[in-house]
Design a protein around this ligand. Sequence first.
Ligand code: UFG
Length: 294
Amino acid sequence: MIVVTGGAGYIGSHVVRALRTEGADVLVVDDLRTGYRESIGDARLLEVELAAAVVDWSSVEAVYHFAASTSVEESVRRPDYYRQNCFEDPKNFLEPAIQAGVKIIFSSTAAVYGEPERIPIREDDAKHPVNPYGENKLALENFLLASGSPCTVLRYFNAAGGAEDHRPETHLIPLLISSEGLFSVFGNDYPTEDGTCIRDYVHIDDLARAHLSALRVDGVFNLGSGNGYSVLEILTLAGREPRFEPRRAGDPARLIADIGRAHEILNWQPELGVDAMIESAREWRARNPNGYRG
Ligand code: UFG
C-alpha cells in the first residue's frame, strides 16, 4: 500500500491518479481542508487531520507527503500556523514511518533557496529561505534527510496546468485564465529584464510522472523545466494586459532550476511547455467553471 498525505490537493491528486493508473493500492490521508474528495478518483480516503492520523506502517511500502499549506504570502502573515502544518504535524506523523523503515517522498519547494546565489539553482546551493513557508519546508527536509530512512526530497518550482482549484486562488496561471480586465502584477521594480519576477513553470503532468520514478531512487531533486519566464511574459502568452501593483511579501526576484540531476538520476525530463500549461488549465476550467465544487 502507498500512503499519500494531502492526496486530495493540487499536486497530490495528480500523483494519486498517476499511481492508480499504474495499479498501485493508494490510501489518501487528507482532512479536505483545502482538498477535494472528487479529485482522488477511486483511491481510498482517510479523512482526518494529519495531527490525528494513525496508520499501520507495517503494510506500507512508501509514503508521499504533500499535506501542508502552500502560500508564501500567507506564511509571512501566519508563521506559527506554517510551523505547525509544514513542520511539526508532518514530523510527528512521519516519525513512526521512519521507525518502520518506510520510504518517504517529500514535497518540498524552491522556496528553500530564498534569493539564490546563482541561476540556474543546483540542489547543493546555499539555502537561505526568505519566508516561513520555505523555512519550515527546509526544516522538515533536514529532519528527514538526517533520519537515516530511505527518502526522496522533491523541490518543486512553479507547478501549473490541469485541475487546479485553490480557495482563495493565489497562483498566477489559474488566476490569469479565470479573471477579466487588467491583471494585477505584483512589482515591476525587480532586478530582472522587464522588472517582474522570473519563475520556472513545470507542467503538473510532467511533475506527477517524476513522482513515480522517485519511488525507486533516493536523493534530493529539483523539479522544474530549467527555463525562466517573467510574469509579463506569461501575461502575454495568456493574452492579458498588466496593471502594476506593489511587490508581494516574500517573493524572490528569480527562480530557475538546474534539472540536470533529475534528468540523470530519475531519468526524468519535462515534455510540456508553458503554452500547454495555460491551455490545459483553460480546458479544465471550461469543463469545470466552478472548479471541483461545480
Ligand atoms: N503574481 C502576480 N499577480 C498575481 C499572482 C501572482 O503578479 O495575481 C506573480 C507573483 O508575484 C510571482 C509570480 O506571479 O512573482 C508567480 O506567483 P505564484 O503565486 O503563481 O507562485 P509563487 O512563485 O509565489 O509560488 C510558487 C509555489 C509555492 C512556492 C514558491 C517558491 O506555489 O508553493 O513558488 O517561491 F513556495
